[in-house]
Design a protein around this ligand. Structure first.
Ligand code: B12
Length: 483
């Protein structure tokens, strides 16, 4: 039996449970190891909490490694650009000042730019992609570094080396046991609990980091294992969930299999869940199946209402699919939201007008607007920006450009076709949207109309008062005076 300390570094509010650490904890415990979680989301002063847990020598605790989870590099929101790696760097330095045991980083945000994050934070090692098997191998110190999937480590010449990620089938992992994180508390303060039904995304969206961090190969879970996981959480009083798949309906057959398993187990009537979906495929019978399996809301990755913009963003559906998706959702009685990405390559005031018109016609229950597209390494957007030139003279860039070639710090694409001034872009979007209550606000907006879940005090308060569910749906119900 070996011992590891896992640390959740995500301090955002409302708090989202560290699902990745829960899964890794289950895998390590399943192999007979002992795992402690230091959850800094609930710790008050992160530095002090780390010092306390490492008090005395690490040999005394017997920890063989400390693993830090980096879910978000920043809030990926052009209006705020909150950067979360600085506190992670401080955490690594506190750990370093107390112990020499290896500090390993991992997590979805980390996996997008592992080398740059290791350089910046000073951690020893990292794992890009799935962490269950890799962390077990690191803890057990079995095999050579070259054999640990996804490992990022320093070679003899001081250069970073990176192994291909773990893309093995998920069925070999026992993910259902959710016992490391305090999920009851996360449910009480965060309003929903995440569950993954598969990993990976094979789509070719220009901007998206999911294929980079999760892989293009789709690895599905046995739906019975998902059911077991939900049953265990339900026994803890948790009955609102969010699927943590990139897009639940890709592939459609797996979405159906999960819904059918939920219905067969009788869970469909006892739980409510939310999901990200691609606007197509979304046939009416899938919608009714999802509803009967407990679906309470869908967040469609709509991106744009302009055909040219959808093509530029690498999406495989058209504006007509958006209209159909909202109609189908409405007919099945599931509220839905459209997520729009404004300012991608080629965006103009005209394409924006088309988008707002189309969205009004489609009539989803809510519309989230992200002005500016975060540029992540390894994506088509990053390559396009390199071709355009990544320098302060490029009029399409907003955020830190100089000295930020690794894209570590927040930097966004905002098409100069919308005009030279980002503030004027937000003002123009506001003008187009008018006082249509379906649209979440952009730029400086009153609390509660903001589409950023970072330090969202309206949400925090609503959850405290008993609201549960996806954040957009809680904000919708608040606005509509529903409970
Ligand atoms: C579902 C989701 C949400 C839901 C969460 C619901 C819930 N209850 O969990 C909601 C809508 C609330 C949400 C909100 C936000 N999200 Co979000 N979200 C996701 C999504 C789709 C899934 C996250 C997840 O849980 N994955 C499943 C878990 C199991 O995977 P994992 O965390 O990666 O863990 C594995 C590995 O990374 C690794 N690992 C993890 N930790 C560790 C630690 C060590 C030591 C090791 C070795 C390995 C390791 O092993 C794990 C198991 O294999 C991801 C994209 C994606 N496909 O992952 C975006 C994503 C994480 N979100 C993102 C963002 C930006 C946000 C927000 C900041 C948006 C905002 N401004 O409001 C907020 C932040 C909220 C918060 N408090 O943290 C970005 C982050 C990008 C970045 N570079 O930082 C992502 C990647 C989306 C994207 N492509 O841009 N999100």
């Amino acid at each position: 039996m070996l011992k590891a300390l896992l640390v959740n570094t995500n301090l955002m509010r409302p708090p989202v449970a560290p699902l990745g650490l829960d899964y890794i904890g289950a895998a390590l415990r399943g192999r007979g190891h002992e795992v402690d979680l230091l959850d800094l989301a609930f710790a008050g002063d992160p530095g002090k909490a780390l010092e306390q847990v490492l008090e005395g020598s690490s040999a005394e605790h017997g920890y063989r490694l400390v693993g830090l989870s980096v879910r978000n590099t920043d809030d990926c929101y052009m209006g705020s650009q909150a950067f979360f790696l600085e506190p992670v760097r401080e955490m690594v330095s506190v750990i370093r000042s107390r112990t020499r045991i290896p500090v390993v980083l991992g997590g979805v945000g980390f996996s997008v730019m592992p080398e740059a994050i290791l350089d910046y934070t000073g951690a020893d090692l990292g794992v890009a992609g799935s962490g269950e098997r890799a962390l077990a191998a690191l803890l057990e110190r079995s095999g050579r570094p070259e054999d640990v999937p996804g490992l990022v480590w320093k070679g003899k010449g001081g250069e970073w080396r990176k192994n291909p990620p773990d893309l093995e089938p998920l069925d070999g992992l026992s993910l259902s046991r959710r016992a490391l994180a305090d999920n009851r508390r996360y449910f009480a303060e965060g309003g929903q609990i995440g569950v993954e039904t598969k990993r990976g995304c094979g789509e070719r969206c220009l901007y998206c980091a999911d294929p980079v961090s999760k892989g293009r190969k789709i690895r599905v879970r046995d739906p019975r294992s998902v059911v077991r996981e939900i049953q265990g959480l339900l026994e803890k009083g948790i009955d609102h969930f969010h699927w943590c798949d990139s897009e639940f309906n890709l592939p459609e057959a797996h979405a159906r299999a999960v819904c059918e398993a939920l219905m067969a187990s009788g869970l469909g009537r006892r739980i409510r869940w939310y999901a990200y979906l691609a606007p197509a495929p979304f046939p009416p019978d899938l919608a009714t199946l999802m509803r009967d399996a407990g679906c309470a809301g869908i967040d469609f990755g709509a991106d744009s209402g302009s055909r040219a913009m959808l093509a530029a963003l690498g999406r495989s559906f058209g504006p007509e699919d958006l209209v159909a998706a909202a109609r189908t959702s409405r007919a099945s009685g599931i509220p839905c939201m459209f997520d729009l990405l404004i300012g991608g390559p080629g965006e103009t005031r005209e394409s924006l007008r088309e988008t707002v018109d189309l969205v009004r016609r489609a009539d989803p229950d809510r519309v989230g607007l992200s002005v500016g597209v975060r540029i992540y390494p390894g994506t088509g957007l990053a390559s396009l920006v390199r071709r355009e030139g990544f320098h302060p003279g490029n009029p399409n860039l907003v955020g830190l450009v100089e000295g930020n070639e690794s894209l570590l710090r927040p930097v966004f694409y905002l098409s100069a076709g919308l005009g030279p001034d980002p503030h004027r872009v937000s003002a123009f979007v506001k003008e187009l949207v008018g006082d249509d209550p379906r649209f979440f606000g952009v730029g400086d907006v009153p609390e509660g109309q903001d589409y950023n879940y970072n330090e969202n005090t309206v949400l925090i308060e609503a959850i405290r008062r008993g609201y549960r569910g996806a954040y957009w749906d809680i904000l919708r119900r608040l606005a509509e005076g529903l409970s």
